[in-house]
Design a protein around this ligand. Structure first.
Ligand code: ATP
Ligand code: MG
Length: 839
C-alpha cells in the first residue's frame, strides 16, 4: 500500500513518500524534486512537468500553467475573468458554466476541464512516486490552500479520481506544515500543560496563508487561519514585469504586452532577477538577447528600488498575521515560534515584515519548498493501516461559518441556523432534528459572504426525501446528520425518520430509547473523527459540540424534548428509517462525466506511452546513424572495403535526411525496420572489429598455455625432481597435444595474417577459446597431478624451511604450488620455444 503526499502547488509540485527509513521527498526523471505545474499539449502527446515547462514559450498557446486557482470556479467568476487576460492559452466557458481550457491536442481543438488538467498533473506525480517506490500508487494525501471553499475542494477531489488516486485526505497546506513541524518534536508540553503556540506562514507563488496552532504531546489543534489569497511571488514578478515593460517600451520603442511570447520571456527573466535580488543587494543586470524584433534589451534593478515598487504588496503581509492572533485571542508573547515556508518567504523584506510584527526572529527550520509535501506524506502514513507512525492527532478548523436555510411551514417562511461557526473544529458531525410531514430541502451556504474569497456563498441543496407523517398524522421526527468531513467538505451526510410505535395512545413517547440511539450515532461520528483526533483528548470537547442540536423553530410544536426523564416509561417503541438525500452541489461533475474523464485520461496515458516508444525507436535510428558514421571513419575504417564504406556512408546520410523529411513522423515499426536494415550492413563490420580486438588476446592466452606445457615437458625430460612422479606416457600425451595445438595456432595465425581485415576472419575468438579448453582438459590433469607424500623417518625430519612449503605438512599437497603457478603466466622458458606471431 502506497503512502504518498502531494503538494499541489500553483507553480510547482512536490511528492513525498513514506518508507521504512522515514519521509523522503522524491525526484522526478530530471533528478529534480520540484515538478512544474505545467502541461503542454502537442500533436502526438502531452508533456507534463519539466518537459512542458520547456515549451512555455515555444508552444505558448497550448502550454497550460497557473490553473490551480480555477478549480471550482465558473467561467464568469470575476477572478477567472481577471486572470484570463494574462494567460497565453485560452480559457473557455464549458456547457456547465465552469471554466475550461482550450488547447490543440492530437491536431484537434479540445476543451479540458480544470479537473482534467490537474488530473494530468497528478498522473505525472503518481508516476514519479511509482518510479521511486517501484509499486503502484493509489492512496495519497493532497494539499489544498486552507481558504479553499467546498466547490474548490470537490473539484480537486475529482481531479485525484481522474488520475486514479484514492485521496485519503485533502489537507490544508498550513496544517500539513504544522504536522511536519510537530510530529518530530520530542519536547512538546504534556496534555495537561499549556500548549505551545506556533505560527505557520506560507507565501507561495499565488497566495499567502497564515495559521496558528496549539501543540501538546501527540496533538495539534489549528486555532485560527488567515490569508491573502492573491498575495504571492507572482505579484512580485508582476511588479518587475510592469517596470521593464515600461522601461524597454520607452528605451527600445517596443510594445511588449502585444506579444505574448515576449511577455512570457520577460516574466521568466523577472522571476530570475527577483530571486537574485533575495541574495544580492547590489545593482543587477536584466539582459535579454533577441528579445523582440531581433533587438537585445538591457536594464538594471536593485533590491532597494524593487522594495520601493513592492511597498503596497509588503503592506499586505501584516494583516493576516494580526488576524490570526486576534481570532485565537493570543498575544505576540504567547507565540513560541514563527515558522516560515513557501518560496516567497525568501524575499528578505517579507521575512523582515513577519519578524518585525512578532518581535522575534522567524524560524526556518522546515524545508521551505518541501514541508507541505512532507506533511501530506506524514498524514497519509497516519491514515494508512500499512504504516506505523507515532500517534499524532490533528484538529483542523472550518474557516468560514456555514449555515443551513430551510422552508419552515410553522413560521411560513425561511428559517436558518448557523451549524458551524467560524473556526469550529474539523472534521466534525452534528445531528439536527426536524419535525416534518413531507420531504424538505436544506440549503447550505457560507453565512459570511464578505469574508469569502469566492463569489458564490451557496454550498449545496440537500433534499431529504421520503419523509412521511406519523400514523396519527402528526409530524415525524427527522434526524439529519451534517458534517464537515476529513477533506473540509460540508454535507448532509445522512437523514433518518424516527417512527414512534405507541403501545398506549395516552402515553408520551419514550425518548430515552431515542437518546440511546442518538448516542450510538454520535458515537459513530466520534469514531470517524478518531482517525485524526486522539480519542481521550477529543472526546470531552467533542461531546459537548456533538450533542444533538435541536432546531428551535416554532414548527417543532410537538417536540417532546422537555419531558422529565422519570416520566418516560418503556411503553413505546421507536424505529429509525434511513431517508435518501438528493444533493445538488455547486459545480459538481456528474458521475457519468467523471467516468468519461477517467477513461479519457487512461487513453491519453496510453497515447503518451505509445508516443514515447515511437520516439525511442526513432531516436535509436538517429543514434545509430551518428555512431556508425563516426566509427566508419574511425575504429571501423580498416574493417570495411572502400566500396562498402562509401555505399554504407551514403546509406547513413540518406537515412539522416530521411529522418528530417519523410521519416520525421513515421510509425514505430518503420523505425524498427529501418534500424534493422542499417544493422544488417553495420553488424558484420562491427563483428570484424570486435573479433580483431579479441583474437590477439585469445591467441596470446593459447600461446601461454602452450609455453607452460612445453616447459613442463622439457623439465620432465631434464629429470627435474619436481616432475619425477609423472608418468612418461602421460607426458608424451601432453607433448603431442601441445605440438598439435602449436601447429593449429601457427596455421591459423598465418592464414589470418594473410587475410584482409575487411573480410570475415578465418578463425573466431570463440574457436580459439574452444581450442584452449580442449588443450587444458587433456594436459592439466597430467601436469597438475600431485606429487605423492613422502613419509620421512622421524629422526630425519628437518625443521621447516622458513619460506617454503613443508613436505607432508599442511592440507595442500607439495605439488600444489606448481599447479597453481601453472595457471598464471609461467616464468620464461629456459629453452627457446616456437616463435609465435600474434596479430
Ligand atoms: P502556491 O503555494 O501559491 O500554490 P507554490 O507552492 O507553487 O504556489 P512555492 O513553490 O512555495 O509556490 O514558491 C514559489 C514562489 O517562490 C515563486 O514565485 C518563486 O519565484 C518564489 N521564490 C523562490 N525562491 C525565491 C527566492 N530566493 N527569492 C524570492 N522568491 C523566490
Ligand atoms: Mg505552496
Amino acid at each position: 500500500m502506497s503512502v504518498v503526499g502531494i503538494d499541489l502547488g500553483f507553480q510547482s509540485c512536490y511528492v513525498a513518500v513514506a518508507r521504512a527509513g522515514g519521509i523522503e521527498t522524491i525526484a522526478n526523471e530530471y533528478s529534480d524534486r520540484s515538478t512544474p505545474s505545467c502541461i503542454s499539449f502537442g500533436p502526438k502527446n502531452r508533456s507534463i512537468g519539466a518537459a512542458a515547462k520547456s515549451q512555455v514559450i515555444s508552444n505558448a498557446k497550448n502550454t497550460v500553467q497557473s490553473f490551480k486557482r480555477f478549480h471550482g470556479r465558473a467561467f464568469s467568476d470575476p477572478f477567472v475573468q481577471a486572470e484570463k487576460a494574462s494567460l497565453a492559452y485560452e480559457l473557455v466557458q464549458l456547457p456547465t458554466g465552469s471554466t475550461g481550457i482550450k488547447a490543440m491536442y492530437m491536431e484537434e481543438e479540445r476543451n479540458f476541464t480544470i479537473e482534467q488538467v490537474t488530473g494530468m498533473l497528478l498522473t505525472k506525480l503518481k508516476e514519479t512516486a511509482e518510479n521511486a517506490l517501484k509499486k503502484p500508487v493509489v492512496d495519497c494525501v493532497v494539499s489544498v490552500p486552507s481558504f479553499y471553499t467546498d466547490a474548490e475542494r470537490r473539484s480537486v477531489m475529482d481531479a485525484t479520481q481522474i488520475a486514479g488516486l484514492n485521496c485519503l485526505r485533502l489537507i490544508n497546506e498550513t496544517t500539513a506544515v504544522a504536522l511536519a513541524y510537530g510530529i518530530y518534536k520530542q519536547d512538546l508540553p504534556a496534555l495537561e500543560e499549556k500548549p505551545r503556540n506556533v505560527v505557520f506562514v506560507d507565501m507561495g507563488h499565488s497566495a499567502y496563508q497564515v495559521s496558528v496552532c496549539a501543540f501538546n504531546k501527540g496533538k495539534l489543534k489549528v486555532l485560527a487561519t488567515a490569508f491573502d489569497t492573491t498575495l504571492g511571488g507572482r505579484k512580485f514578478d508582476d511588479m518587475l514585469v510592469e517596470y521593464f515593460c515600461e522601461e524597454f517600451g520607452k528605451k527600445y520603442k517596443l510594445d511588449i504586452r502585444s506579444k505574448i511570447r515576449a511577455l512570457l520571456r520577460l516574466s521568466q527573466e523577472c522571476e530570475k532577477l527577483k530571486k537574485l535580488m533575495s541574495a544580492n543587494a547590489s545593482d543587477l543586470p536584466m539582459n535579454i538577447e533577441c528579445f523582440m524584433n531581433d533587438i537585445d534589451v538591457s536594464g538594471t534593478m536593485n533590491r532597494s528600488k524593487f522594495l520601493e515598487m513592492c511597498d503596497g504588496l509588503l503592506a499586505r503581509v501584516e494583516p493576516p498575521l494580526r488576524s490570526v492572533l486576534e481570532q485565537a485571542k493570543l498575544k505576540k508573547e504567547d507565540i513560541y515560534a514563527v515558522e516560515i515556508v513557501g518560496g516567497t518567504t525568501r524575499i528578505p523584506a517579507v521575512k523582515e515584515k513577519i519578524s518585525k510584527f512578532f518581535g522575534k526572529e522567524v524560524s526556518t527550520t522546515l524545508n521551505a519548498d518541501e514541508a507541505v509535501a512532507r506533511g501530506c506524506a506524514l498524514q497519509c502514513a497516519i491514515l494508512s493501516p500499512a504504516f506505523k507512525v507515532r500517534e499524532f492527532s490533528i484538529t483542523d478548523l472550518i474557516p468560514y461559518p456555514i449555515s443551513l436555510r430551510w422552508n419552515s411551514p410553522a413560521e411560513e417562511g425561511l428559517s436558518d441556523c448557523e451549524v458551524f461557526p467560524k473556526n469550529h473544529a474539523s472534521p466534525f458531525s452534528k445531528v439536527l432534528t426536524f419535525y416534518r410531514k413531507e420531504p424538505f430541502t436544506l440549503e447550505a451556504y457560507y453565512s459570511c459572504p464578505k469574508e469569502l474569497p469566492y463569489p458564490d456563498p451557496a454550498i449545496a441543496h440537500f433534499l431529504v426525501q421520503k419523509v412521511t407523517p406519523q400514523t396519527d398524522g402528526s409530524s415525524s421526527k427527522v434526524k439529519v446528520k451534517v458534517r464537515v468531513n476529513i477533506h473540509g467538505i460540508f454535507s448532509v451526510s445522512s437523514a433518518s425518520l424516527v417512527e414512534v410505535h405507541k403501545s398506549d395512545e395516552n402515553e408520551e413517547p419514550m425518548e430515552t430509547d431515542q437518546h440511546a440511539k442518538e448516542e450510538e450515532k454520535m458515537q459513530v461520528d466520534q469514531e470517524e473523527q478518531q482517525k485524526t483526533e486522539e480519542q481521550q483528548q477529543a472526546q470531552p470537547e467533542n461531546k459537548a459540540e456533538s450533542e444533538e442540536m435541536e432546531t428551535t423553530q416554532a414548527d417543532l410544536k410537538d417536540k417532546k424534548v422537555d419531558q422529565p426523564p422519570q416520566a418516560k416509561k418503556a411503553k413505546v417503541k421507536t424505529t429509525t428509517v434511513d431517508l435518501p438525500i438528493e444533493n445538488q452541489l455547486v459545480w459538481q461533475i456528474g458521475k457519468d462525466m467523471l467516468n468519461l474523464f477517467i477513461e479519457n485520461e487512461g487513453k491519453m496515458i496510453m497515447q503518451d506511452k505509445l508516443e514515447k516508444e515511437r520516439n525511442d525507436a526513432k531516436n535509436a535510428v538517429e543514434e545509430y546513424v551518428y555512431d556508425m558514421r563516426d566509427k566508419l571513419c574511425g575504429v571501423y575504417e580498416k574493417f570495411v572495403s572502400e566500396d562498402d564504406r562509401n555505399s554504407f556512408t551514403l546509406k547513413l546520410e540518406d537515412t539522416e535526411n530521411w529522418l528530417y523529411e519523410d521519416g520525421e513522423d513515421q510509425p514505430k515499426q518503420i523505425y524498427i525496420d529501418k534500424l534493422a536494415e542499417l544493422k544488417a550492413l553495420g553488424q558484420p563490420i562491427q563483428a570484424r572489429y570486435q573479433e580483431s580486438e579479441e583474437r590477439p588476446k585469445a591467441f596470446e592466452e593459447l600461446g601461454k598455455h602452450i609455453q607452460q606445457y612445453m616447459k613442463t615437458v622439457l623439465a620432465f625430460k631434464a629429470k627435474d625432481e619436481q616432475y619425477d612422479h609423472l608418468d612418461e606416457a602421460d607426458v608424451a600425451k601432453v607433448e603431442k597435444s601441445t605440438n598439435e595445438a602449436t601447429e593449429w595456432m601457427n596455421n591459423h595465425l598465418n592464414l589470418q595474417n594473410k587475410r584482409s581485415l575487411t573480410l570475415d576472419p578465418v578463425i573466431k575468438a570463440k574457436d580459439i577459446q574452444a581450442k584452449i579448453k580442449e588443450l587444458t582438459s587433456i594436459c592439466n590433469p597430467i601436469v597438475r597431478k600431485p606429487k605423492p607424500k613422502v613419509e620421512l623417518p622421524k629422526e630425519e625430519q628437518k625443521p621447516p624451511e622458513p619460506n617454503g612449503p613443508v613436505d607432508g605438512q599442511g592440507e595442500g599437497s607439495t605439488a600444489a604450488p606448481t599447479a597453481e603457478q601453472s595457471a598464471d603466466a609461467p616464468p620464461a622458458a629456459e629453452k627457446k620455444l616456437p616463435e609465435m606471431d600474434i596479430d
